[in-house]
Design a protein around this ligand. Sequence first.
Ligand SMILES: *[C@@H]1O[C@H](CO)[C@@H](O)[C@H](O)[C@H]1NC(C)=O
Ligand SMILES: *[C@@H]1O[C@H](CO)[C@@H](O)[C@H](O)[C@H]1NC(C)=O
Ligand SMILES: *[C@@H]1O[C@H](CO)[C@@H](O)[C@H](O)[C@H]1NC(C)=O
Ligand SMILES: *[C@@H]1O[C@H](CO)[C@@H](O)[C@H](O)[C@H]1NC(C)=O
Ligand SMILES: *[C@@H]1O[C@H](CO)[C@@H](O)[C@H](O)[C@H]1NC(C)=O
Length: 742
Amino acid sequence: MLAVAVLAAFAGIVHAASQAYTWKNVKIGEWGGGGFVPSIVFNPSQKGLAYARTDIGGAYKLNSDDSWTPLLDFANDSTWNYWGVDALATDPVDPNRLYLATGMYTNSWDPNNGHILISTNQGASFTASPLPFKVGGNMPGRGMGERLVVDPNLNSILFFGARSGHGLYKSTNFGATWTAVSGLPNTGTYVPNPTDTSGYNSDKIGISWVTFDPTSGSSGKATPRIFVGVASNGTSNIFVSNDAGSTWSAVPGQNTQFFPHKGVFSVAEKSLYVTLSDGAGPYDGTNGAIMKYNVTSSTWTNITPVSGSNLYFGFGGLAIDAQKPGTVMVAALNSWWPDGQIFRSTDGGVTWSALWEWAGYPTLLKHYAYSDTKAPWLGPDYTVTTLGTLQIGWMMEGLSIDPFDSNHWLYGTGATILGGHDLLRWDTSHNVTLQSLADGIEETSVQSLISPPSGPTLISAVGDDGGFVHTSLTTAPTTEFQTPQWSTTADIDFAGQNPTNMVRVGTSTDGTTRQIAISSTSGSSWFEDYAIASGVAGQKVAMSASGDTVLMRAADGSIQVSQYQASFSVVSSVPNGAVIASDKVNSTVFYAASGSNFYVSTDSGHTFVKKSTIGSSTSPAKIVVHPSVAGDVWVSSDKGLFHGTNYGASFTAVSGVTQAWAFALGMPQSTGGYPSIFAAANIGGIVGYFRSDNTGSSWVQINDAAHGFGSASANCLTADPRKYGRVYIGTNGRGIFYGDIA
Ligand SMILES: *[C@@H]1O[C@H](CO)[C@@H](O)[C@H](O)[C@H]1NC(C)=O
Ligand SMILES: *[C@@H]1O[C@H](CO)[C@@H](O)[C@H](O)[C@H]1NC(C)=O
Ligand SMILES: *[C@@H]1O[C@H](CO)[C@@H](O)[C@H](O)[C@H]1NC(C)=O
Ligand SMILES: *[C@@H]1O[C@H](CO)[C@@H](O)[C@H](O)[C@H]1NC(C)=O
Ligand SMILES: *[C@@H]1O[C@H](CO)[C@@H](O)[C@H](O)[C@H]1NC(C)=O
């Protein structure tokens, strides 16, 4: 019953046919870490219109039921850096227009320049305007903002503040083209760590925000007064233009001790509010201030809510209530202990009240109740224990009050979006309801997936959130992996003939828990494997078919083996950094690949022998073994996909596949047939996701223009041995998708 498109032959390249698939997120829900939401922006003109941007998982649009819809799932292997969104602007004049500044890194990790993605239909579709430099959606200072703004009086004009010293850019045609703006005295000279050879911390953060004073102009004409904040240390870092950006000067009397993170203009008060921190964020901050600039009197007032020893954090998130002049909220950046903190003032910052205060150490007087109705798995006393018992959050740079509803507020944390619908109770009973309001946001970085033949259909190894047993794909798991609980699980495997037995490997070197864990209960319970020394981190792991042996690749690249939980020992007969796998039937057999060489062990991983070559491969990606036929082995690499049925003695290249990354064997199309093969691969010049039901003789492409899954080489996948056609794709920033034949 295949709805397969016609085979197209073009210039001698045979393109794979395509087949319609239905793609959905496996529901994890944002919690526990790894889902930084740097900013949430409400449109000031259309009720209920708001967007959130993330650093590795694209942007989302808010729905009326508090859920979020992803906007950038079309990003594919060539446009993966769209998932790093460094700034977001929603047009105050024409709310249908939305702009995103995209690009992941300004260092070598991302070879691509940035783009301004332009939508005229609130994110339903975009056109991309290329920028002549990189954009860093996952770089230091990504919580500052917004760097991208639409002129509220003449919406064809936009400004974008670049990183890396590239300065200020302007568009006069709705973002289609951009030109450099001259005259800004300082485009931001601060670099977090000049000695970082990776380039990640040694690049200039540059311009941190651009804010219009709408009252300085009138509708239909370019707004004259524009403020710009930059990341510079110890010098003026807030500048103003009074002639629509032609000339610029430092705003006199400003704070030069800290970095300005946000600049929000209150039209009613004709004043600019600025949050400042002594670090660029999002992780740092031990001091800071809130400054308010009265445009009429040209004076700054320091309105910092706390001082002295109570001021042990900087400030990030900044919101004003558009309906209530003088109502302003700010978020600590970062109060790591005892919890995050938020302050609110209703008199323009003269007096403040806090979300919690000490009620005699160590008791906190919480001016909030936690409601779990939108995220029952969090429980009424939700806390994130991996970072201490933080409930309110950390990395709080995005804080917003709905301009049409003074009760509705949202803020982003390092893990989720929180907020509520009864904010005005802060001013009456001083007790608000805090809710997780991140339904629909899936921002995890997935490291590895397994779908064993029995027990739960899916088990994930996840960055920052540990990993999960997914007993349901549509309901969030009640807990991440426990005892041991790790921040990041790098890999997971099960015993082919004893599939309730599993192993996972973690990446921490802090020595608090051992980084190999074993389960004999399909992942519902785990124990630390004392075979591994404390403090040794891992990368990859394979379990023998019977479950008695664990082979792992440690963080230093060495391959190490442990049988019957004896101490791990280094396997010197296989090169460091090799790709490893176990035979799923024959318990003494393991496989490894490095460069073009393929290695086999027939003594439970203790020694390996080079058996064959996998074409001219220089970087093998994955070895996958038939679930029920010993010695039937597949290898993906930079040179294609290779298959052999003789315990690695020889391989044949699969015709037409020129590159392959993650792949998996799933349920056969017909009972007793060969498993379906799913692969992230380059077939006929198309990098996509493909399935073959005939051992690789022909393929159908199963992803479509709306589902690109970001960077192919960064993703993992597994296929369901119990449901024909079902594949799971783990992404780097958009959680896990499952796909079924439509
Ligand atoms: C700003 O300064 C002007 C002139 O001194 C004053 O009248 C106005 O009340 C001030 N605005 C605020 C919000 O304090
Ligand atoms: C800013 O400069 C001051 C004075 O040189 C220095 O003490 C401080 O560490 C600098 N801040 C950062 C974040 O580098
Ligand atoms: C706020 O309400 C919650 C739930 O009723 C309660 O637990 C908490 O003690 C209240 N906080 C204060 C300061 O009254
Ligand atoms: C498993 O592999 C070993 C080593 O190659 C071989 O001696 C043995 O016969 C195999 N066992 C089975 C059941 O195929
Ligand atoms: C990736 O996406 C871009 C832009 O959305 C599109 O032009 C391109 O054809 C896509 N590439 C593949 C291989 O689908």
